[in-house]
Write a protein that binds this ligand. Structure first.
Ligand SMILES: *Cc1c(COP(=O)(O)O)cnc(C)c1O
Length: 422
């Protein structure tokens, strides 16, 4: 392979890993097929046509592209309703918007999967006293920890009994920057059923980032009232240029719509001069893109396991998100690894990522994201907070072939640095 001068040993090594993954890949392909059928149906039900792709401007009254996109997402994610907006600037923004739409001063929220994703700590007001945080607006916050990576149901139920006014129960499906697996839909379902009977009026919200289309169902199928995610992850299919979605029960979505724009205007306004075509096409591609990312993650896991390193999940585990955690001995190979993923990128492959203080994160973070869409982690990307235990989180891969090249780059870099021997 003239363009990619990898060593014979590295090429053989990856081919051998791959040869053992046939049954795993077949399982991923079966999930993709089922999800593709549902997404296809979601678009066909809208009678999607060129008219939905026209740019809109100003207030965006009667924006049929926006409305059809909401409905298509709702169907694809097994929800009654959805808000899908380029104006939601990130997953964090979408989650914060959903929470603030559902919570009033004096209400409490209970997080049942331990500390939420780093960037939400400021937004909720857990760590600081950021102006405008939920806490600053009078919302109380409580959390229960995971035990062995699972929801601690007795602790959740006693928190629900002890505290007054828990209006919202919050679960994070994916691992974030924690050494744990994604919570399975089965575990979420079991917890939600018990929460529902203990606190019938509490609204259950799931941070669904990285989870969409990794299974044939979504948390909405197991009792979640509202699910939220980022369009520059799975459900944007790699094409959505920005944005987030909030999907769920109609009544909850209507309330949140008042926060997405303005009370009284809600979902009636919001235009997009760029047009919604890439969001529709991205949704159409999302089952495939997600499957390509899952295959990439499994190959990374397999290669690192064969080198005697620890991966989570393992190459054999069932997957409920696209993230692959890999543990390194020290800071040096961790950084080396992230740099190699940057080198493997189609964009900015010539720049070298360095650990830096990112807004919203407590430790320095190194991010390899040579992506067409800035920061898009459905594209092959790796990030790592610089703290022990030295763990890199790798995710994405628009095509498996590119993901496979990423594995080659990583092995090559680690071998050159004397960290591994193939
Ligand atoms: C990515 C992510 C978020 C939100 O991140 P943004 O960078 O704001 O889009 C929230 N929770 C989890 C688990 C995530 O992976």
């Amino acid at each position: 392979m003239s363009d990619m001068p990898f060593s014979r040993a590295a090429l053989d090594f990856v081919a051998e890993c791959e040869a053992q993954l046939g049954p795993r890949f077949a399982r991923i392909d079966a999930i993709e097929y089922e999800n593709q059928a549902r997404v296809l149906c979601a678009l066909q039900r809208q009678r999607l046509g060129q008219r939905h792709f026209a740019p809109t401007t100003g207030y965006g009254y009667d924006d049929i592209g926006r409305d059809a996109l909401d409905a298509a997402f709702a169907y694809a994610l097994y929800c009654e309703d959805a808000l899908v907006r380029p104006q939601l600037t990130s997953g964090t923004h979408a989650i914060f918007t959903a929470l603030s739409g559902l919570l009033a001063p004096g209400d409490a929220m209970l997080a049942i999967t331990g500390a939420p994703y780093d960037t939400l700590k400021d937004a909720i007001g857990i760590t600081g006293d950021e102006f405008g945080s939920l806490k600053a607006q009078g919302v109380r916050y409580m959390q229960t920890e995971l035990v062995d990576g699972e929801i601690d149901l007795p602790a959740v139920l006693s928190a629900l009994n002890a505290a007054q006014n828990i209006k919202l129960v919050y679960a994070q499906r994916s691992r974030g920057y924690a050494w744990r697996n994604a919570i399975s839909l089965e575990s979420l379902g079991k917890a939600f059923a018990e929460i529902r009977s203990a606190a019938p009026d509490a609204i259950i919200v799931v941070d669904n980032c990285y989870g969409e289309f990794t299974r044939t169902t979504e948390p909405s199928c197991v009792g979640a009232d509202v699910i939220v995610g980022s369009l520059i992850k799975n459900p944007g299919g790699g094409l959505a240029p920005t944005g987030g979605y909030i999907a769920g029960k109609h009544e909850a979505i209507e309330r949140i719509a008042q926060r997405v724009t303005v009370p009284g205007m809600g979902r009636e306004v919001g235009s997009y001069a760029g047009g919604y075509q890439p969001f529709f096409q991205g949704l159409f591609l999302a089952p495939h893109t997600t499957a390509q990312s899952l295959r990439t993650a499994i190959l990374f896991a397999k290669a690192f396991e064969r080198l005697g390193m620890v991966s989570m999940p393992s190459s054999m585990d069932e997957r409920y998100d696209i993230v692959q955690a890999l543990r390194f001995k020290s800071e040096k190979p961790l950084i080396e690894f992230c740099k190699s993923i940057q080198k493997a990128a189609p964009v900015d492959s010539n720049v070298t990522p360095e650990p830096w203080d990112m807004p919203g994160y407590s430790d320095k973070v190194i991010m390899a994201a040579g992506a067409f869409v800035q920061g898009a982690s459905i594209e092959l990307s790796a990030d790592a907070p610089i703290r022990a235990p030295y763990t890199a989180y790798i995710q994405g891969g628009l095509t498996y072939a590119h993901g496979r090249l990423g594995v080659m780059y990583a092995l090559d870099a680690l071998e050159r640095a004397g960290e591994i021997r193939l």
